[in-house]
Design a protein around this ligand. Structure first.
Ligand code: NAP
Length: 256
């Protein structure tokens, strides 16, 4: 892998939440970061400004995923921003969650989640392959929801497909020394979970079923991604890294 100060990254969904934290952390490590987003221009510009204020380098790329022409739009903006440099790190972070049970979710909502959480990362990886440097990194952001039985079945199904994508791509990409890994956050303080901010009792309940006793923060995930992106993780591929703080690992104080 090349010197950190010359590396480049695409972080999808980097205008807010976990993606923003990943973009800021990689930029702090000297990586030139493409901050991808869908619609929130102001949030993306804020992320780029925060990175630059901290001495890093970044540019914003707008492309709504799950709509016609999404991958072309993304790569046109990405290649323009990279100005001929190859890509070292691809973080498939953008995702949507419809917190509904099997009898509530509509086929259209399920299809949209599949398009953003599964189809888009698959096609982004394929399109990124000619741009990715040998020895590069692909890091997919999944969810702890794939190892437990929550009522958000459809969301978990899409992330389960992403987990399979990680494992099954390792041999193909390994031929070029590109590692492919998954990071699985637990319940994390972002716009995806407004109820964590609005309902202290619900936040306390989450902390109560988390071994490390609190809700997740975007930086908790970003630091794990930074490790996988680093040279220290060069011999790690095909792995599913739990970054949930130990969510739902056991019964806590319960004694039968
Ligand atoms: P978030 O705060 O809702 O941010 C979502 C990001 O994805 C934004 O940058 C948004 O762009 C972008 N995005 C959303 N829909 C998009 C689309 N159709 N096309 C392109 N970009 C789109 O989400 P988050 O909580 O940080 O989640 C990040 C990842 O972690 C997701 O894959 C999520 O499934 C996973 N995760 C989150 C949690 C959690 O508790 N938060 C738990 C487990 C896993 P705009 O700003 O332009 O809308």
């Amino acid at each position: 892998m090349t010197d950190a100060t010359h590396r480049t990254a695409l972080v999808t969904g980097a205008s807010r939440g976990v993606g923003r934290a990943i973009a800021e952390r990689l930029a702090a490590d000297g990586v030139f970061v493409a901050v991808h987003y869908a619609r929130q221009d102001a949030a993306a510009q804020e992320t780029v400004a925060a990175i630059e204020k901290a001495g890093g380098r970044a540019f914003a790329v707008r492309a709504e995923l799950g709509v016609d022409g999404d991958i072309d739009t993304l790569f046109t903006g990405l290649e323009e921003g990279l100005r001929g440099q190859p890509l070292d790190i691809l973080v498939n972070n953008a995702g949507v969650a419809v917190p509904k049970s099997i009898d509530e979710i509509t086929p259209e909502e399920f299809d949209h989640m599949l398009a953003v959480n599964v189809r888009a990362p698959f096609l982004i990886i394929r399109r990124a392959l000619p741009l990715l440097r040998d020895g590069g990194r692909v890091i997919n952001i999944s969810s702890g929801a794939t190892r437990i039985a929550l009522r958000e079945h459809a969301y978990a199904v899409t992330k389960g497909a992403l987990d399979t994508m990680t494992r099954t791509l390792t041999m193909t990409l390994g031929a070029r020394s590109i590692t492919v890994n998954t990071v699985a956050p637990g319940i994390t303080e972002t716009d995806m979970n407004p109820w964590l901010r609005d309902n202290p009792e619900a936040a306390a309940a989450v902390a109560g079923v988390t071994a490390l006793g609190r809700t997740g923060r975007p930086a908790d995930i970003a630091d794990v991604v930074a490790f996988l992106a680093s040279d220290d993780a060069r011999w790690v591929t095909g792995q599913w890294l739990d970054a949930t703080g130990g969510l739902y690992l056991g019964p806590g104080g319960f004694r039968p």
